[in-house]
Each structure stands twice: as C-alpha cells, then as structure tokens.
Write a new protein. Structure first.
Length: 331
C-alpha cells in the first residue's frame, strides 16, 4: 500500500443532507428503515455453513457467532468494494479514474461476482480511506491526515448514484481508533455507512508509517465494535459491517479476545498482495486459521500482477477458498 502525499487538510466542513434515507438503496429503504422480520435462524445457519465451503478444520462456521439483528447484510449478500482515496491515484481504484469510469468498472465487477455465485446477491460499495497515514509527522505530530468532510460527502454522492454502501477506513498513524472514530459519528449514523481499520498503519511502537507493519489489539477492535453497537442502538440502525485488514499475525493480536455483537458484523479482510499461491497462503494462515466471524479478500489490480504468473485470482478461485470470503475488495 502506498502512503498518501497531499497538501494538508483538516477534518472540517459540514454534512448538509440530513435525511439519511436519500442515500439508501431502494430495497434498503423498504427493509431496513421499517420494521423487519426476525432473522430466520435456519436460513442463517445454512448460509454460514455454505460459506464454510466444506472446511474440515472445525473452525468454520465459527461457533457461538451471534444471530444478527434484522436488516443484517451478511451472510445474505456479498459485498464487492472499490478501495482508495480521492486525492491519490496510487492508493487504489477509487481515486485512479474519473468517478463515472470508476463506477462503471465497479458495476462490471459486481456482475462478475453475480455470475460466479448466482445464489448470493451482490451489493457494491465504496471503501474510502478518510484518515491516511503519512511519512511526515505533520503539524500535530501524529503521522496521519484527516480528509475534509467535503470529500466524504462526495463519496456518499457517488455511492448514491449506484445505490452502493460506503465504508470509511482509517489509518491512524500515531493517533488511535479511540480518537478518530467518534469524529465520524455523523456519517456512521447513516444506515448505509460502515467502517474499517488498517492495523498496518497503527504505529504503536513509534515507527514511521511504511517503515514497519503496525498492529491493533483485540482491545482496540472491541472498542470499535462497542462504539458501533452504541450507534446502532442510539439511531435505531441495522447492523454495521466492520472490516479489519490483515496480512500478518502481528497485525491483530489476541484475536480470541475479540467480542462479537449481534449489531456489528465483523470481517477479517486478507489484505496481502502477490501471486495466487502467496495470497492463498496468507489467507489460510492469518485469516482462516484465526477465525472471528466473516472473511474478506482483497484483489490488487496492479500489485497482484507484478510478478509471475502475472495474474489476479478469479472470482471462482476466491470462492473456492475455505471459508469463502463474503466481502471482496479491489485496490
């Protein structure tokens, strides 16, 4: 992942579109903001078993995973997301192309996943890095940069145009999730806005971002799930999806202490790049063998094809993993 180098901006601006429903997919408006039926336990269990994809380790599906509240996205749908930052062409596909071109490409990928797994509806998403790690300490000395609210607003408007979800992702640098997450509440109170964190750029030991791989502990993750849970209760929302990126063991410590909640759906996203076999191994050792709840898988349009065999994994190959990822991200 490439660090973002831009002129300094601050987390300012205002969110004028107060009516949350204007950003919702039509079916979400009808099903999530009104009274929804209770989750069908048999259907949920069947879908979780299907995601385990014949896993023989006994780890999947995860035992004692709580039944989610009504309106839950997972495992009833697969999410296919484009990742990046609007100020940088190097941080991901989201900022690489003009919005119309990028959104058209995303819709094409959605069709590819629908064809690969016709039994699982696919929801598009924009996964926006709204706090970016920086090599320079900046004025606050935190080695991180908060994007202005106007940029988050622009992502919400793009998402609205294709009825997509939005994920706000943070790279904290020397800051903390406890500091950064509350600043985003006015967006996370929207039913279609979800959250992600990147341990790679959580520099607890004081290294410059990009020089070493950072880390989050279960305590940090539990703070996030607790905060998101409180928003679900406070604003009467459907469950939030929470994505944590990972490609080494140290990036997430004490995973067994992560607390699952019925109003937060946890995704451990395999974030490593490289050839097909390397990516499969990373997924196996750092995601599949340390189960939490749901899994995700990132595909890199550029980095995955740098070295032989110079190709990305296909949707069918990703779906063959044990367990099958339910969240797919393209960078």
């Amino acid at each position: 992942m490439v660090l973002l180098a831009v002129t300094a901006v601050c987390l300012t601006g205002s969110f004028h579109k107060a009516d949350a429903h204007i950003y919702l997919r039509p079916w979400v408006k009808d099903t999530l903001l009104k009274s929804t039926p209770a989750i069908d336990t048999l259907q949920y269990d069947s879908l979780m078993k299907r995601l385990a994809n014949g896993d023989k380790t006994g780890l999947w599906p995860v035992k004692n995973s709580p039944l989610p509240l009504p309106g839950a996205i997972l495992p009833f749908n697969r999410i296919v997301a484009y990742y990046g930052n609007m100020y940088s062409k190097n941080m991901g596909i989201l900022g690489q192309y003009p919005p119309k071109t990028m959104l058209a490409k995303l819709k094409d990928e959605v069709k590819n996943w629908e064809a690969a797994d016709p039994n699982t509806p696919v929801i598009p998403a924009l996964h926006y890095i709204c706090v970016t790690a920086q090599a320079d300490p900046g004025r606050n000395g935190l080695h991180s940069l908060r994007m202005p609210f106007k940029q988050i607003d622009s992502v919400l408007n793009m998402a609205k145009s294709i009825n997509a979800l939005v994920f706000l992702d943070i790279q904290v640098g020397y800051s903390t999730v406890q500091t950064e997450l509350p600043l985003l509440e006015k967006y996370l109170r929207l039913p279609n806005v979800h959250f992600g964190i990147d341990p790679e750029f959580s520099m607890k030991e004081g290294s410059v971002p990009g020089k070493r791989i950072g880390t989050f502990d279960a305590d940090d993750i539990n703070y996030v799930t607790g905060y998101l849970s409180s928003l679900v209760k406070k604003y009467n929302l459907p469950p939030k999806v929470f994505v944590v990126h990972r490609f080494t063991k140290r990036m997430v410590t004490n995973y067994k202490d992560i607390k699952l909640r019925k109003d937060v759906q946890f995704v451990m996203d395999m974030d490593g790049w490289g050839g097909p076999e390397l990516k499969k191994g990373t997924y196996k050792y750092f995601v599949a063998q340390e189960p939490v709840q749901f899994t995700g898988f990132k595909l890199f349009y550029k980095n995955d094809i740098k070295n032989a065999p110079h190709r990305m994994l296909t949707p069918q190959e990703v779906l063959s993993l044990k367990p099958s990822p339910i969240y797919i991200q393209y960078q």
